[in-house]
Design a protein around this ligand. Structure first.
Ligand code: IMP
Length: 460
């Protein structure tokens, strides 16, 4: 019988039996057929579009980190889809689109997104949700906002979070006793038991944070989230066994990173980061699939830099150049609508991220946005208080103290948005890509010259 991953997912969901396969052969080597797509900067690199392009040659697309803070835009046939929680692979009809256990899920936001996709005629039957993903509750979003308000007036400033409750939800995951997991939403007695303990605790803590009295009603929350759980029930399963069964059967998995390496809680520009493992290193923890299964790691980077929220940004630009890049690149947050900070390409940062992720290919997106500049600047090293370095300094305070050292190269006047093949790229654009390859030490495999599916060029 031919291998049909969609049928396999359906069977697992219907039977409720996972992991029933005979693993007696599991010591036999399985080809590392899985692919990872991760961001090498501060997010919004265009990962969604690349995932969408690669999905047809893979059997499932998996989100492993973050939550509704992410914003992936994919444009198909002139239609633009802004996705936050649902994997971008959902736009490939029937393809399993999996939210794994490392993700934090706001069930209301998720259902809204699924309903909106359905209403636009997108087939969402492949959607699968891990029973071990953590649930973002209303008090997480309240706490996120409260913390940011408190930090606003403090020295060092706010993190500039998306206020989607991401940090407080991951903190509760680590706290354990105040966490709710997706599996709890379909076990009403367990959900209520937990909320009876958590709600008064959250009421007390958030009231004490100075926003005035707050009272979270455990019974009202239990009813509300039980209803959401019922709607999600058909999609909820143990995704660890689901993914391992697929790998054992020779399926190719595509892991879709959310946020990006410089926002990674361990390796990013701490404390101006998000709360999850956003790099390739987050995949094993977030999915239960070991890293040895990943044979291809693609690092997605913009042809320039952007950042949303607070934190150091050595190559940040102000004025006309910034305005031009922001407008041409439509650099406004997919999740919050905030204007993004923009700057020249920082190859010290990208080189570091490529190293952390072990990427074996680069994807350079939004190259068309740089058309028309007479010259383009690229940061290749930093001046630090103790001398010049080609090494990145991920500590927030240390990074604040560096000055970028630039290499300047000729710009390209030609409009790139209509270019469809490598040979039609102007020589100056090719020189720009060659500089990136040389500095990072990794080949560029794809180049993006516009938002549509057709505007991605494969390089030889
Ligand atoms: P949080 O993830 O909402 O806690 O926000 C922490 C930091 O990460 C803030 O600076 C956000 O702007 C940033 N951030 C989180 N997710 C994304 C993303 O997908 N793209 C860009 N920035 C993000």
């Amino acid at each position: 019988m031919t291998h049909d991953p969609r049928r396999e997912v359906r069977e697992v969901l219907q039977s409720g039996t996972v992991g029933s396969r005979d693993f007696s052969n599991s010591t036999q080597p399985v080809a590392a057929a899985c692919t990872a797509v991760v961001g090498l900067q501060w997010g919004d690199e265009g990962k969604g579009k690349i995932v969408d392009a690669l999905a047809p040659t893979h059997d499932a697309v998996i989100r492993y980190n973050g939550g509704a803070n992410a914003g992936h835009s994919v444009q198909v046939g002139g239609e633009r889809y802004a996705l936050h929680l649902v994997p971008s692979g959902i736009l490939n009809p029937g393809k399993p689109a999996v939210i794994a256990g490392g993700v934090v899920v706001d069930p209301e936001a998720l259902l809204k997104e699924l309903d909106a996709l359905s209403a636009r005629g997108v087939d969402i039957s492949g959607f699968v949700l891990s029973d071990r993903a953590h649930v973002v509750m209303p008090y997480h979003k309240d706490e996120d906002a409260l913390r940011e308000t408190m930090l606003k007036n403090a020295e060092g400033g706010e993190i500039g979070t998306t206020r989607r409750g991401i940090g407080p939800c991951y903190a509760d995951k680590a706290n354990r006793s105040s966490a709710i997991r997706v599996g709890d939403l379909i076990r009403p007695a367990v959900l209520r038991r937990k909320l009876v303990v958590i709600a008064p605790f959250k009421s007390a803590v958030l009231s004490a944070m100075g926003s005035g009295p707050r009272r979270y009603d455990p019974h009202q929350l239990a009813e509300q989230f039980e209803r959401l759980g019922e709607r999600l029930r058909p999609s909820i399963t143990d995704t660890v066994y689901l993914l391992h069964d697929m790998v054992t059967n020779g399926s190719r998995l595509l892991f879709e990173g959310a946020n990006a390496t410089l926002l990674d809680v361990d390796h990013g520009t701490y404390p101006f980061v998000t709360a999850s493992g956003c790099s390739v290193l987050g995949i094993p923890a977030g999915t239960g699939v070991p890293g040895v299964r990943i044979g291809d790691a693609l690092g997605v980077m913009k042809a320039y830099s952007t950042r949303v929220g607070g934190g150091p940004f050595p190559t940040e630009l102000q004025g006309d150049v910034a305005h031009r890049i922001r407008e041409r690149g439509r650099e406004y947050g997919t999740t919050t609508g905030r204007p993004r900070r923009v700057g020249w390409l920082d190859l010290v940062a990208v080189r570091y991220s490529a190293m952390i992720n072990g990427v074996n290919a680069l994807v350079v997106t939004l190259l068309d946005v740089l058309s028309g500049f007479e010259e383009i600047r690229v940061c290749t090293s930093y001046q630090t208080p103790s001398g010049e370095t080609r090494r990145f300094l991920p500590d927030g305070d240390a990074l604040k103290a560096v000055e970028p050292i630039y290499t300047t190269i000729a710009g390209f006047g030609e409009d790139l948005s209509t270019v469809r093949s490598e040979r039609d790229l102007p020589p100056a654009a090719r020189a720009y890509l060659a500089l990136i390859e040389r500095e990072v030490g990794v080949k560029v495999r794809y180049v993006g010259v516009g938002p549509d599916r057709q505007q991605t060029i494969a390089l030889s």
